[in-house]
Ligand binder design. Structure first.
Ligand code: PLP
Length: 425
């Protein structure tokens, strides 16, 4: 490892480094690579883990004898709701099991709040002059594009290691009634891997808000997606909010997209019984019931909450080495150079790489020209605008391990080259 920070190099050494990186980059381009670290998708090896689903369910009836092939049961299969209630630390009555996408449930909630208002709204959000959401950054790009598509403005706060900056959130929501909600990915955040502490969650649950119908969109997409044996437990937001006198503030979302199959899993909503009634009321206007056959085959496949946990351990065996490889290559290639910082997540699907401010777009462009697809710079910010042009989201789960190594070697070259170019002016 070469451990001299770029800023400490003499002009000659910097020129030498720049020449060296340019040469390395030309060699890289000559390899004609075609690699992709863009989206947090499970690899086919991970998807294979759930292939028994293809032969399930073995029955056409649920535990109470209801024919799952028929209409009905809007809230979803009882036994699957019970299983995930335990895993999400809520009560079965607070859980709805739906289609395959939790993002669609989030969209439905937002659209219905805009059109009809939430349980505690004075009027539909769409009738307000302005609707705004607090967005911890960096965050999940699809949260931001969803808000943008509905004309909901975004206000950013920093995402810290223990969750969103609670002081910043509290200050924003205290006086501004147009701020109707906030996003949070509480466990293994996309992309920072941060885990929201019990303390931060308690503050968000209890803080005074100018909007009486303020909502926390608690997107627990990675609640069970541990990369180490130390399994972080998400803060119990529903109980915290209830205890603080705001039972209807949080709405939790989760899915088996990265547990069973990303395209054919089951998504969940969990909230106060009041919110669940609100949700089902609107859902019932457009559905006579969910895909209970899929619910039943998931219930049969996992068998129990422990079955889900055991299954996640098998995912971990496949993907943890890929995350370790990202860290190894970055450490070996960039350690001591002071050109980048990155996290070593203990769960979730992403590594957050911060490069020299002003060079993230250049790094992504260099990588693209060398055949490595990275998530566009700025994607983890509202309106795709990273004010410092520093953040790059890496998603190592999908490519095979050998490709992760190749891609990360390439990324390291691009980061160094962009940093050397900048330092050389
Ligand atoms: N929420 C977060 C934070 C995600 O990262 C993703 C997928 O990357 C989703 C939701 C999508 O979930 P689903 O497949 O259930 O729609």
């Amino acid at each position: 490892m070469n451990a001299t920070a770029l800023a400490d190099l003499s002009a000659d050494d910097l020129t030498a480094l720049l020449d060296e990186q340019r040469a390395a980059y030309e060699q890289l381009k000559a390899q004609g690579l075609k690699l992709d670290l863009t989206r947090g998708k499970p690899s086919s090896q991970q998807l294979d883990l759930a292939d028994d689903l293809l032969r399930l369910p073995t029955s056409t009836k649920d535990a109470s004898g209801v024919d799952v092939r028929n209409y009905g049961g809007l809230e979803g299969l009882r036994e699957l709701r019970e299983m995930f209630a335990e895993l999400l630390w809520v009560e079965p009555e607070q859980v709805v099991a739906g289609g395959n996408s939790s993002l669609s449930i989030m969209r439905d909630c937002l659209v219905w709040m805009m059109l009809f208002g939430a349980v505690d709204s004075e009027r539909p959000w769409g009738k307000e002059d302005k609707v705004r959401f607090v967005c911890p950054v960096p965050g999940y790009d699809r949260h931001f594009t969803l808000l943008e598509s509905l004309g909901i403005e975004m206000v950013t706060v920093p995402m810290n290691d223990d969750g969103p900056d609670a002081d910043a959130v509290a200050a924003l929501v205290a006086d501004d009634p147009s701020i109707k909600g906030m996003w949070i990915v509480p466990t293994y955040a996309n992309p920072s891997g941060a885990i929201c502490s019990q303390d931060v969650a308690a503050r968000l649950a209890a803080m005074p808000t100018a909007a009486p119908d303020f909502k926390i969109f608690w997107d627990n997409a990675y609640a069970l997606h541990h990369l180490t044996e130390e399994e972080a437990k998400s803060a119990d937001i529903l109980t915290l909010a209830s205890a603080a006198g705001h039972p209807d503030r949080p709405v939790m979302f989760a899915s088996t997209s990265k547990i069973s199959w990303a395209g054919a899993g089951v998504a969940f909503l969990a909230a106060s019984t009041n919110n669940v009634r609100w949700y089902l009321g609107h859902l019932g206007n457009g559905s006579i019931g969910p895909d209970k056959v899929n619910h039943l085959r998931h219930a049969e496949f996992f068998g129990s909450p422990q079955g889900v946990r055991d299954h996640m351990a098998r995912h971990r065996e496949i993907i943890a080495p890929k995350f370790a490889e990202v860290d190894r290559v970055l450490t070996e290639r960039l350690g001591g150079r002071a050109v980048a910082t990155w996290n070593t997540p203990t769960g979730g699907y992403f590594v957050n790489l911060d490069v020299v401010p002003g060079t993230a777009s250049r790094v992504v462009a260099l990588a693209k020209d060398a055949g490595i697809a990275l998530t566009p710079a700025g994607s983890s910010f509202p309106y795709k605008q990273d004010p410092d042009d520093t953040n790059i989201r890496l998603a190592p789960t999908m490519p095979p391990l050998a490709e992760v190594t190749q891609a990360m070697e390439a990324v390291a070259t691009c980061v160094l080259l962009a940093a050397a170019e900048k330092a050389a002016g």
